[in-house]
Design a protein around this ligand. Structure first.
Ligand code: NCD
Length: 340
């Protein structure tokens, strides 16, 4: 594996990722995709190191994907789940993290329903000079960097399977549809896709897409030095303008567990106005492809037949690419530990 220039000790947010960082992730993921196509899918990269999955919130694909990624890199893995842990006896989150640190954890993958928990753990690890890298696997409504990075790899390889580069996304129209308000996946994707030159169109009912969101993103410049282009981001309260001529649609789950108020009349009405259906995708480019981070409410955000249409749906590819992407992230973070 070629040594990549990478100096991020933690991966908490994509807000300040540079185009160079995205290229490094794509290139590294491509190498691991090759590793995963071999008969023996294991490499000794993280042999003797400990990767701990601290998932304080339920997860199927992200957690399993990180576990498999760590195992393919030959790391020893520890899995924490809150219901069977000492959290139930009153232990704090930081004390839980420090317990795993004391066992020799090198990398922590953290998911929590509250925004900011992975960052807090990372700060504590730095304060203790522990040398532990922390990767945010989804924190509340804030960010989900590894999901957006696997989405980036999936988008770019769907355009050029063997030579994915961020330039392929320049000028491409990507519609992100659904519960933007509660979506950490949408937030991370807005950072990455706009930094890579795509035109991102967010579409949702006004209650799930407040206008202030736009300012939050647009006030943050793309970190690529002088002359950085503006983020090309648009908000729509109707689906049709977002879909018109789109190259990709990313549908998001309605996060009912995060809805504390009545933000929608009914799921049926939501589907009628914002659901992705075959009729509606006729407005997109003929080559349009669909993504969804999962889990899906079938028949609500997207019809079942579209989800399962291999010509259109990249959903299974996203899951497959998740393992190679997470191997790449753990590898890069491991490299930055070696060189620090
Ligand atoms: C997402 C998450 O947990 O943020 N899922 C995932 O990680 N693949 C999206 C969601 O929960 O809807």
């Amino acid at each position: 594996m070629a040594e990549a220039a990478w100096n991020r000790h933690h991966i908490i947010s994509l807000e300040d990722f540079t185009p160079h960082d995205y290229e490094t992730v794509l290139k590294t993921t491509l190498s691991f995709r090759e590793v995963l196509s071999r008969r023996n899918k294991k490499v000794p990269t993280l042999q003797g190191r400990v990767v701990t999955n601290l998932f304080f919130e339920p997860s199927t694909r992200t957690r399993s994907s990180f576990e498999l990624a760590a195992k393919r890199l030959s790391a020893d893995t520890l899995n924490f789940s809150p219901s069977t842990s000492s959290l139930t006896k009153g232990e704090t989150i930081l004390d839980t993290a420090k317990t795993y640190l004391a066992m020799g954890t090198d990398l922590m993958v953290v998911r929590h329903s509250k925004a900011g928990v992975p960052a807090t753990i990372a700060q504590e690890m730095d304060r203790l000079k522990a040398g532990v890298g922390v990767l945010n696997a989804g924190d509340g409504q804030h960010e989900h960097p590894s999901q957006a990075l696997l989405d980036l790899f999936t988008l770019c390889t769907s355009l050029e399977s063997d030579t994915p580069t961020i330039d392929l996304l320049k000028g491409k129209k990507i519609a992100i549809v659904g519960d933007i308000l509660h979506s950490r996946v949408a937030r991370s994707n807005v950072w990455s896709l706009t930094a890579c030159g795509a035109e991102v169109h967010l579409a949702a009912p006004p209650t799930l897409l407040p206008k202030q969101l736009l300012a939050a993103f647009q006030n943050s410049p793309i970190e690529n030095g002088a002359g950085a282009p503006e983020r090309r981001l648009f908000l729509h309260w109707q689906l049709e303008p977002a879909l018109a001529g789109a190259d990709f649609i990313m549908a998001l789950r309605l996060q009912r567990e995060r809805m504390t108020q009545h933000l929608l009349p009914s799921l049926r009405e939501y589907h009628q106005r914002y659901g992705i259906t075959r009729d509606r995708i006729a407005r997109c480019q003929p080559t349009v492809k669909l993504l969804h981070p999962g889990p899906t409410n079938r028949g609500v955000e997207i019809t079942s037949d579209l989800m399962d249409d291999p010509e259109l749906s990249l959903v299974a590819k996203q899951v497959t690419n998740g393992v190679a992407t997470r191997m790449a992230l753990l590898y890069l973070m491991g490299q930055s530990q070696k060189s620090s």
